[in-house]
Design a protein around this ligand. Structure first.
Ligand SMILES: NC(=O)C1=CN([C@@H]2O[C@H](COP(=O)(O)OP(=O)(O)OC[C@H]3O[C@@H](n4cnc5c(N)ncnc54)[C@H](OP(=O)(O)O)[C@@H]3O)[C@@H](O)[C@H]2O)C=CC1
Ligand SMILES: Nc1nc(=O)c2c([nH]1)NC[C@@H]1CN(c3ccc(C(=O)N[C@@H](CCC(=O)O)C(=O)O)cc3)C=[N+]21
Length: 283
């Protein structure tokens, strides 16, 4: 039976470290989360984030816009936040309603305040190995891999999913850490065979229990990014946990795995942005 990686505990330690650093600063890093409409899936995330941000000493607030607001309303709000000196981090909660073009909104955020790391400038920096704000979920996964004692250089890593917000930046980070990276997706021919070769497997597809026990190579480290709601209302990952755990050297649960790390890394990025904007990077 593989070790269960306690993302909740790792995230709590990360947040404590941030709180200690913030307590020593002469200002409070400012975070604004913008929510359009009431997508129920994002409700939990927004609530957890608010609580964690306040506890760590951030000046954090959620701004709610109605579901039927216009794209121009949201762009104007983003511009206000861009020029507000008290705001260090801006997160526009996704998905957005259909009348709003997601790409337009992301591109409107000042890259220096883009704590999601979704702006093309930050994505480009990551792809070209320049310092920038890195997407929270993949960043959290790297923390967990280090925590699990993964030996990354030369390791065969398979990333399942190629989205802009998880799969692609995940592959970039693993490549930067000298893994041999395979990106698999819905057009991949033999998904189970690709997964079985993985020494490190990161699943981010959004399909409940897609990854079965016999897809896991003996001794692999398995990171389950998926957050899916099962028929019974409970959260389930992309990996069939009970089947996969006996074969894995280490595995993350859902909930209590990657999810809490995403929030901790959002706060880490906000502190980083606050320091960089003041010329204090590394403080
Ligand atoms: N823990 C956390 O903090 C977070 C969790 N999530 C969760 O992670 C999961 C993925 O999110 P996200 O990346 O935004 O999802 P997207 O829907 O944007 O991307 C899903 C990816 O998975 C691939 N895919 C879908 N179905 C299959 C399949 N049957 N076989 C192989 N590949 C498949 C898609 O392939 P293709 O490109 O070919 O269509 C796509 O690349 C979701 O469950 C989401 O809720 C997301 C963000 C944060
Ligand atoms: N601009 C933007 N940035 C995001 O990072 C973003 C987003 N939009 N939209 C939605 C997704 C999803 N996401 C989650 C983060 C944490 C948990 C989380 O804390 N999960 C806990 C438990 C949650 C529960 O108990 O329901 C866990 O997995 O243990 C879940 C989901 C961030 N996302």
């Amino acid at each position: 039976m593989g070790r269960i990686i306690d993302g909740k505990a790792v995230a709590a330690r990360l947040r404590e470290g941030l709180a200690a650093r913030i307590a020593a600063l002469p200002f409070r890093p400012g975070l604004r989360v913008v929510r359009v409409g009431e997508d129920p899936a994002s409700g939990v995330y927004v609530r957890n984030k608010d609580r964690a941000a306040a506890a760590a000493g951030f000046d954090s607030a959620t701004i709610q816009l109605p579901a039927d607001c216009r794209e121009s309303d949201l762009l104007m709000l983003v511009e206000d936040l861009n020029i507000d000196p008290a705001v260090d981090g801006i997160l526009v909660q996704l998905p957005l309603p259909p009348q709003i073009r997601q790409d337009r909104v992301i591109a409107a955020i000042d890259p220096a305040k883009d704590v999601d790391g979704f702006h093309p400038v930050n994505a480009g920096r990551l792809a070209t190995q320049q310092p920038g704000l890195v997407p929270c979920t993949p960043k959290g996964v790297m923390h967990l891999l280090r925590e699990a004692g993964a030996r990354l250089p030369g390791a065969r890593a398979v990333v399942l999913g190629r989205s802009q917000i998880v799969g692609r930046p995940m592959a970039q980070l693993l490549l930067a850490a000298d893994c041999t990276v395979t990106m698999a997706h819905s057009r991949t021919r033999d998904l189970p065979a690709e997964c079985r070769r993985a020494e490190i497997l990161v699943a981010a597809v959004g399909r409940p229990a897609l990854v079965r026990g016999d897809w896991i190579g003996e001794g692999a480290i398995v990171i389950d990014v998926g957050i899916n709601r099962g028929a019974d209302g409970k959260l389930v990952g992309d990996v069939a946990f009970a089947e996969a755990a006996p074969r894995a050297a280490a595995i993350t649960p859902v909930p209590g795995g990657v999810g809490p790390m995403t929030i901790a890394c959002l706060l880490e990025n906000t502190l980083e942005a606050a320091l960089a904007r003041r010329g204090l990077a590394g403080a």
